[in-house]
Design a protein around this ligand. Structure first.
Ligand SMILES: CC(C)(COP(=O)(O)OP(=O)(O)OC[C@H]1O[C@@H](n2cnc3c(N)ncnc32)[C@H](O)[C@@H]1OP(=O)(O)O)[C@@H](O)C(=O)NCCC(=O)NCCS
Length: 143
């Protein structure tokens, strides 16, 4: 049975393992430098959200986000950070379940995220659930 639940600081090791799965999938293993200890701290912060999808109690995917406010509208929104379903579990609507679960948390607030131009499978998935995708370049600067 598949279920979705909110992660707590006690899930830090599980969360780290799931994020390792996404980082490896994206060939960005070396970019995942956060420790389970730091994740434990982050998961306790009010503006941080993390939902774990489980199949019979085994973690198989997640969606994570940060609560933010738009200066332009003055409204709060959710910045979706990651969406991930383990390779062997894809195509079973787990991703869709996670998106509907974050939508329930958003309770009317807008959800925003980024998706790589090359990730056409995910783009198709997002459009299928009714999201709008616009093309933008992402700035990055460490002065
Ligand atoms: C995108 C993702 C979260 C969708 O999760 P999911 O549980 O497979 O979602 P669904 O079952 O609703 O399937 C929808 C899409 O997933 C993809 N998919 C389906 N089965 C798949 C499989 N066995 N392997 C890979 N992708 C698959 C397809 O693109 C499918 O869209 P389609 O039905 O239009 O072809 C998942 O494929 C994933 O984790 N991908 C790797 C990480 C990623 O790209 N995350 C998004 C970053 S922005």
């Amino acid at each position: 049975m598949i279920s979705v639940r909110r992660a707590t600081p006690d899930d830090a090791t599980t969360v780290h393992g799931l994020m390792r799965g996404l980082a490896d999938h994206q060939h960005q293993g070396s970019a995942l430098t956060v420790t389970p200890g730091k994740l434990k701290e982050l998961l306790g912060q009010a503006e941080v959200g993390y939902l774990i999808a489980e199949r019979d109690g085994r973690a198989i995917g997640y969606v994570s986000w940060l609560e933010r406010t738009s200066f332009w509208s003055g409204e709060d929104y959710l910045h979706l950070d990651d969406l991930y379903v383990a390779a062997g579990e894809r195509g079973d609507r787990v991703g869709e379940r996670l998106m509907h679960a974050i939508a329930a948390v958003a309770a009317g607030r807008v959800i925003r995220w980024e998706v790589a131009e090359a990730n056409v499978g995910a783009q198709r998935f997002y459009e299928r659930i009714g999201a709008t995708l616009i093309t933008k370049k992402i700035g990055r600067w460490r002065p």
